[in-house]
Design a protein around this ligand. Structure first.
Ligand code: GRF
Length: 241
């Protein structure tokens, strides 16, 4: 007997966006993204971890988890930022990369690179943007006496730590906090919001209106993380459908 198999086919796995994570050091955000992407339902696949330093600790973790890695040594290029980026672009193209996630990548990118990857390039920054752009955010937050601090995932624009915000999480600044205590409290939230935000982007849930990103995921009422990270499978308010 020949069974009619129409409708009995297993659902074809949704295509996952081929994503490169760019690092320069420790790579704990990269690890959070790799952990999220180990779920086949997560809409992004980490197809490459690229570092601008061969001693970046995160590379070892990526290799140990069977993820392709590449090193493009930025110091070899000196001040030739465009040349460095051309070498990076070759790696990204060679791995068929569609999205790029900066995760502690300590190089300023040229306007040309940022424009080529517009709305396909995300960054995590350890402050509640637009406060405390740049470096040493935790020390500066303590010095400013803010009561709330946090982290932001945003689409990248040519300005430093500028671009439409996808997700933010706030943490309290406690009396007597040291810089490293505050940094650790923020980092735990980075590891929550980065996988969520990359997932929204990869799933087509992000629509950009001028300087503002609209997210087609459920908002978190009254929460200090907004929108609330949601477990896969993601809700399906695709803006392009
Ligand atoms: C994180 O705090 C991130 O927000 C900032 O650089 C740090 C990188 O840490 N851009 P890790 O390498 O992801 O552990």
């Amino acid at each position: 007997m020949t069974a009619d198999r129409r409708g009995a086919e297993p659902p074809r796995e949704a295509r996952r966006a081929r994503t490169a994570v760019l690092i320069s050091g420790r790579g704990s955000n990269m690890q959070a993204l790799l952990a999220a992407a180990s779920d086949p339902a997560y809409p992004a696949e980490i197809a490459l971890v690229l570092s601008n330093r061969d001693d970046a600790a995160g590379l070892e973790h990526a290799r140990a988890h069977g993820v392709r890695t590449a090193v493009v040594e930025s110091r070899v290029f000196g001040k030739d930022r465009a040349g460095f980026e051309r070498a990076m672009e070759r790696e990204l193209a060679g791995h068929g990369i569609e999205l790029v996630a900066l995760a502690g990548f300590m190089r300023v990118l040229t306007e040309g690179f940022v424009t080529r990857w517009r709305d396909r390039l995300v960054n995590i920054h350890p402050s509640l943007l637009p406060s405390f752009r740049g470096l040493d955010t935790h020390a500066r937050a303590l010095a400013a006496g803010v009561r709330l601090h946090g982290c932001t995932v945003h689409l990248v624009r040519p300005g430093v730590d500028d671009g439409p915000i996808l997700a933010q999480a706030a943490v309290p600044v406690l009396d007597g906090d040291t810089e490293s205590e505050l940094a650790a409290r923020v980092l735990a939230q980075e590891h929550r919001i980065y996988p969520a935000a990359l997932g929204w982007l990869a799933a087509g849930l992000v629509r950009v209106e001028g300087a503002v990103a609209r997210i087609g995921a459920a908002p978190a009422e009254g929460a200090l993380v907004n929108p609330l990270p949601v477990p896969a499978p993601l809700p399906t308010t695709r803006w392009d459908s």
